[in-house]
Ligand binder design. Structure first.
Ligand SMILES: Cc1cc2nc3c(=O)[nH]c(=O)nc-3n(C[C@H](O)[C@H](O)[C@H](O)COP(=O)(O)OP(=O)(O)OC[C@H]3O[C@@H](n4cnc5c(N)ncnc54)[C@H](O)[C@@H]3O)c2cc1C
Length: 470
């Protein structure tokens, strides 16, 4: 009931220039962020037909969001450009993807390094619970290397007609609002590289009718449209090559560690890759201590990764919630640039690809396959669909994180709860298929009672521990 009320007011607010007034960074206010007035969106009925050319759209960033967006645009008859600064970019990432992404994005199985069917959830006191018992024989979590997945999606966009530019997007000239009606183009400024090592590149410009910002957490497109900040986690990861006999253990198994030692507000992970494991952790609240948390994660897994050699160290921000603004004029943000990572799980690959595709579909539809100019109301259709489809998922994971990641006793309760097969089934179904699985009323009731029991035990335990520490 409460969530439906919240959801209604949330959707009602989307029609202003600031989509998430409640989610604006705590230290800013809508007025200081966006000093200009709010405006109403007018319908696109009068968008002119294009003469002798198709709609031109640039996608900035060639990660999963950009690759998926560019493919959909190109297939839909749009003159598509994709600007990616680093063609062999190896995005710091655990690389875990849900099963539905493989089907929905028609991913070939040979780009998936591992199929994880077993997951160990490990509590602060090192109680390990096996989850994955409820998986059907064909179900798994895919583990990919991002350099492989991203290159594949970009390549497919190119095969469908997108022009891939190896370049660094610098800034864009935005048509002034007064000129909106005559559809002045956006002028993108970028440095194009010719692939030669050490080359400084050549400064170029490109005129387009619309822009999709898929340039990740540090998005320059977001800055160009004053999209506002979001709170973020810093995630740290080491790729560790472990001896072959140790790798056998991780063949189809991943681990998640929870506890104050590995992170005050997130989890530590060991995810298997083709010939190594990725060990990492993240935090929003104690970013300065990230290396300490990483050392603790490595320490918790020490027996299983003994003799391992660190082959790569990487870190990157993970957005915590959507930006206050995700669409302005004919510019839309998708993926991490928009802020679409779920709390609790830190998952963003599927949501990036999905939002890229959804935004591109709205442009293809609004432009009648590239024949007509689009305007802001066309781009906003993507936001409406996105929020309606995924807002509840984000909210549920937000609540779960607040309840279960707040203290070690609560985390012990969380791991205890994960032993329940019903919990496992619901969790895996929701993760693998990105649909909230229909529950069984009796099992839901049992789960509620058990959860409350676990939390009461956790609170009691915490009170006892607080007494001990006085
Ligand atoms: C350590 C870590 C572990 C993670 N683990 C997982 C996981 O296991 N599963 C999961 O689902 N999610 C995970 N995530 C989140 C996931 O990585 C992101 O949500 C996802 O990469 C978002 O995709 P994107 O396409 O929006 O952005 P990105 O993947 O960041 O892609 C942006 C692209 O834009 C390019 N770019 C940026 N700026 C410019 C510019 N100015 N000009 C041209 N190109 C530019 C970049 O080179 C990059 O290729 C993890 C994140 C981190 C940091």
């Amino acid at each position: 009931m409460t969530s439906s009320v919240v959801f209604k007011s949330f959707t009602a607010l989307r029609h202003s220039s600031i989509e998430h007034p409640k989610l604006i960074h705590p230290h800013t206010t809508p007025n200081t962020l966006f000093p200009y007035r709010r405006f109403r969106i007018t319908a696109s009925k009068s968008s002119p037909k294009l003469q002798n050319r198709n709609l031109r759209v640039a996608v900035i960033g060639g990660g999963p969001a950009g690759g998926a967006a560019a493919e959909t645009l190109a297939k839909g008859g749009i003159e598509t450009y994709i600007i990616e600064r680093k063609m062999d970019n190896c995005k710091p990432c655990g690389g875990a993807i849900p099963l539905c992404m493989v089907g929905e994005f028609d991913l070939p199985l040979d780009i998936i390094d591992r199929r994880v069917t077993k997951m160990k959830m490990i509590s602060p006191s090192n109680v390990a619970v096996d989850i994955g018992k409820t998986l059907k024989p064909h179900e798994y979590i895919g583990m990919v290397r991002r350099e492989v997945l991203d290159a594949y999606l970009r390549e497919r966009a190119s095969e469908n007609g997108a022009k891939v530019i190896n370049g660094l997007f610098l800034k864009m000239d935005i048509p002034t609002r007064g000129n909106e009606n005559i559809k002045t183009p956006y002028v993108l400024h970028y440095t194009e590289y010719d692939g030669k090592k050490g080359g400084t590149g050549e400064k170029k410009t490109l005129e387009v009718d619309a822009v999709i910002g898929a340039d990740g957490a540090n998005s320059r497109v977001a800055k160009s449209i004053d999209a506002g900040d979001y709170e973020y986690a810093i995630a740290f990861q080491e790729r560790i090559k472990i001896p072959n006999d140790k790798m056998v253990y991780y063949e189809d198994l991943a681990e998640m560690y929870v506890g104050d030692d590995v992170s005050p507000d997130f989890y530590g992970w060991v995810f298997p890759k083709c010939d190594h494991v990725a060990v990492g952790t993240g935090t929003v609240t104690h970013k300065g201590d990230i290396k300490k948390f990483q050392a603790a994660t490595r320490n918790r897994a020490r027996d299983k990764i003994l003799g391992g050699k660190i082959i790569r160290v990487e870190a990157h921000p993970i957005p915590e919630h959507p930006r206050p603004r995700r669409v302005l004029g004919r510019v839309a943000l998708v993926g991490d640039a928009a802020g679409y990572v779920t709390k609790c799980s830190g998952e963003g690959i599927y949501f990036a690809a999905k939002s890229g595709r959804m935004c591109a579909e709205a442009i293809v539809e609004g432009s009648e396959n590239g024949k007509k100019m689009v305007d802001e109301s066309d781009l906003r259709k993507y936001l409406e669909k996105w929020d309606k489809t995924y807002w509840p998922t984000y909210k549920v994971l937000d609540v779960l994180q607040k309840v279960f990641y707040r203290s070690n006793p609560a985390r012990e309760a969380f791991v205890e709860m994960c032993a329940d097969e019903y919990v496992q089934k619901m969790t895996f179904d929701s993760y693998l298929y990105k649909k909230v699985a229909p529950g069984n009323p009796l099992e839901d009731l049992k789960l509620a009672v058990n959860t409350i029991g676990s939390l009461v035990r956790a609170s009691a335990l915490r009170r006892e521990m607080e007494k001990l520490s006085v």
